[in-house]
Unconditional design. Structure first.
Length: 357
């Protein structure tokens, strides 16, 4: 039986995780599938329980699973912790060797009205950010915090750049066949190396075109001409920043899922947003990104397009009916939205039943 390690995390994390798991359970009833779910403490919740954000038992559970499903971690309560929740997140990514983080931004016709961009600019937005996740300035040494100065180090090896670019080029082959490498090669040595390596990788994918853009200009184009992008390949920090910007095109950061993958072992699926401490406990967190993370997991790890499709259709119907949380200007709660999606899933079951009898 497929086995999923679930990490609800902090603040809105458990709220959206519960919603997504209830929806997932309802969909399994329709498709007669059965996934085993095992929950583990992670982030601030684990600091409170055992004094560290990534307990050994959580890491062992994640390693042994077929996939890891994470909601979000962090919050003001733990900002001064010796080891913060965020350190646990970096550690699990590194320990599972999840070097490629796939962050898709896609707007469906029904969602265009919610975009802060003009409809003509937002419509047909469909690009993927392939973010390097286990190197760059997030992990480079030395790293030092003093009172008079501080140091972070941006470091990339040729091998690290090559493997992330290969993920981006391979992805482009099954999309619009274009890769844009975003960097700051007018200033940074690591960016210059990205361009050198890209020039050696690109010829192996003759069906894919490639161009380079500076990240500052690209940040502008993501909101002024988002449809120019297909696959964006970029470093850890740039990918982090640009994916939140990209999410805003859809009307809320609460919609975009992500997949982190490595060489072997389980992939990790999580929303790109954080734990939203400002709305935690209010019951209004948007569950869409978490639900989309389940859909992405079912599709990419378990190849269960049937269960994924049942969830996706019910979600689309619910969005089209205007059942949306306050971040979209709606008045649904996390629970009422979840109930509406489950109702739509159960209707699928009834119509399937009618069809076969
Ligand atoms: P955030 O993404 O949590 O929130 C930014 C804004 O978006 C907030 O106003 C929040 O209310 C809103 N928002 C985010 N997700 C939402 C949702 N599902 N529904 C409705 N509104 C939503 O970013 P932040 O406030 O900068 O960070 C809060 C904490 O989350 C920090 O501790 C940060 O380190 C952590 N964080 C964790 C992850 C993760 O677990 N992968 C990712 C990003 C940030
Ligand atoms: C994300 C988050 C994390 C990151 C933080 C919480 C460490 O912002 O997943 O986008 O910077 O990678
Ligand atoms: Mn981020």
């Amino acid at each position: 039986m497929p086995n999923i390690a679930v990490l609800p995390g902090d603040c809105i994390g458990p709220e959206i995780m519960n919603a997504a798991l209830e929806i997932f359970k309802a969909a399994q009833q329709v498709t007669n599938t059965n996934y085993t779910i095992q929950s583990y403490p992670f982030g601030g919740a684990a600091i409170d329980a055992v004094g560290e954000p990534l307990p050994a038992s959580t890491l062992a559970g994640a390693k042994a699973a077929d996939a890891v499903l994470l909601a979000a971690i962090g919050g003001p309560k733990w900002n001064d912790a010796k080891e913060r929740p965020e350190a646990g997140l970096l550690k699990i990514r590194k320990s599972l060797n999840l070097f490629a983080n796939i962050r898709p931004t896609k707007i469906t016709p029904g969602m265009v009205q919610y975009s802060p961009l003009k409809p003509d600019i937002a419509k047909n937005t469909d690009f993927v950010i392939v973010r390097e996740l286990t190197s760059g300035i997030y992990f480079g040494q030395p790293r030092r915090l003093g009172t008079a100065d501080a140091v972070d180090t941006s470091h990339y090896t040729e091998a690290e750049i090559k493997r992330i670019l290969e993920v981006a080029f391979t992805m482009a082959q099954s999309r619009q066949k274009h890769v844009t490498v975003l960097d700051k090669a007018n200033v940074l040595a690591t960016s210059k190396l990205w361009r050198q390596v890209a020039a050696t990788v690109a010829p192996n994918y003759p069906d894919v075109t490639m161009d380079f853009e500076y990240v500052d200009a690209a940040a502008m184009k993501i909101v002024s001409n988002p449809t120019q992008f297909d696959v964006i390949a970029t470093s850890n920090l740039f990918g982090d920043i640009l994916s939140d910007e990209a999410a805003a095109i859809t009307g809320s950061i609460g919609t975009i899922p992500s997949e982190s993958r490595g060489i072997a072992g389980p992939n990790l699926y999580e929303p790109i947003h954080g734990s939203a401490p400002d709305i935690a406990g209010k019951g209004i967190a948007n569950p869409i990104a978490m639900i989309n993370s389940v859909v992405m997991m079912l599709t990419n790890t378990f190849h269960d397009t049937q269960t994924a499709g049942v969830i996706q259709n019910a979600l689309n119907q619910t969005i089209e009916a205007g059942t949306l949380t306050p971040d979209f200007g709606g008045n649904a709660t996390t629970t009422s939205m979840t109930t509406a999606i489950i109702k739509a899933i159960e209707a699928t079951k009834e119509s399937a039943y009618v069809k076969t009898t």
